[in-house]
Design a protein around this ligand. Sequence first.
Ligand SMILES: O=C(O)C1=C[C@@H](OP(=O)(O)O)[C@@H](O)[C@H](O)C1
Ligand SMILES: C=C(OP(=O)(O)O)C(=O)O
Length: 425
Amino acid sequence: MKIHPAARLQGSLQIPGDKSISHRSVMFGAIAQGTTEVTHFLQGADCLSTISCFRKLGIEIENTSDRVLVHGKGLRGLTAPSEILDCGNSGTTTRLISGILAGQPFDTVLTGDESIRRRPMKRIMEPLSAMGAKILSQRDNGCAPLLIRGSSLRGIHYHSKVASAQVKSAILLAGLYADSPTAVTEPSLSRNHTELMLKGFGAQAASCGSTAFIAPAKELHACKIEVPGDISSAAYFIAAGLLAQGSGILIRNVGINPTRDGLIRACQAMGGKIRLENLRETGGEPAADLFVEQSALHGITLEGDIIPAMIDELPVAALLACFAEGETVIRDAAELKVKESNRIAIMTENLRAMGADVTETEDGMIIRGGRPLHDAEIDSQMDHRIAMTFAVAGLFAEGGVEIRGAECVGISYPGFFEDLEGLRR
Ligand SMILES: O=C(O)C1=C[C@@H](OP(=O)(O)O)[C@@H](O)[C@H](O)C1
Ligand SMILES: C=C(OP(=O)(O)O)C(=O)O
């Protein structure tokens, strides 16, 4: 896929539904009593993997263009699958479903694509085992395929070494099936969609700082969920809007949950002009329209608590740093190495190939902005966030960019290239 430089970008767009919230709407709907109706569901490959897994667990799910209906069977209504569950490329599917399967009276085998089979699963195996489940990594390497032998569970208070909503959510979901309350404390607060949405489904969930609690549940009840636009998808248009000439880009209906809005805060701290308009609530989550204008950016340090709030947006933040005056330091972001690809290594290699001044560090990158980017051929390594980041890079690089494996954007944003092209003026 060739991306040509853009003289001007302007206009407005509607971002597809949030991936994290879409996954959870299907999962929680499946284990609730009654029919959960989901609108603005993300029809990306990852969320379709979640639907496919729950269908194999006996749940009827109607997926039409305007809504998804999940005919939940209650907390104890899932049935043993007759085949292996394929989580595709989705870490969220793999880890969250493991929490639910830990409490089932049957065995399940979970696997996924090549990338999923490399990602660390010990982080959920340990706490779920401490709760009483038996989880076996079939190659004994701490990765999928996983055999999950569900059982009756006990509540725990788990102190996680990583700030990870997937780890936290797996434990909280298992906690629904436990004999006593469960708590998870993480080093920094990660996205809290599970806590918010489980409450909407009638669970007793609470949080205090970076500790989340859940009480064992008798039943959950079905909900109506309108999924807000995904800030992680909006991120590419925020970046494009900050860099492009034109009269601005309006990104409508973006989820701005404070555990997800780190990119907006980081860009504003770099001098980016992003105006939040029409603030409202969508599906129990704060949402707004974002108006983004071309801005003169300067480098900053990104570290600590803001990192989990923009973890998937760090690649595009690194790109922005190439256009900022001075140095940007990203640290405390070692988690980037265990995403769909090693995002620290790939960003460093590819930004350098385009002429940027970037140094890879143990837990982040140092980027010295101001060098113009030039054309290069970039391999996405089938990581959707890398493909979308370099599509934006191509708009502002002399000669554009050629992206190999660009089709992987379908994991989280099937219409990405059409939406990007639609802003050219
Ligand atoms: O819970 C979720 O929906 C997600 C949590 C994050 O992963 P970690 O929990 O591994 O940080 C994020 O990177 C991923 O895209 C989605
Ligand atoms: C890391 C991501 O997703 P997951 O962990 O669900 O594969 C992502 O979407 O950037």
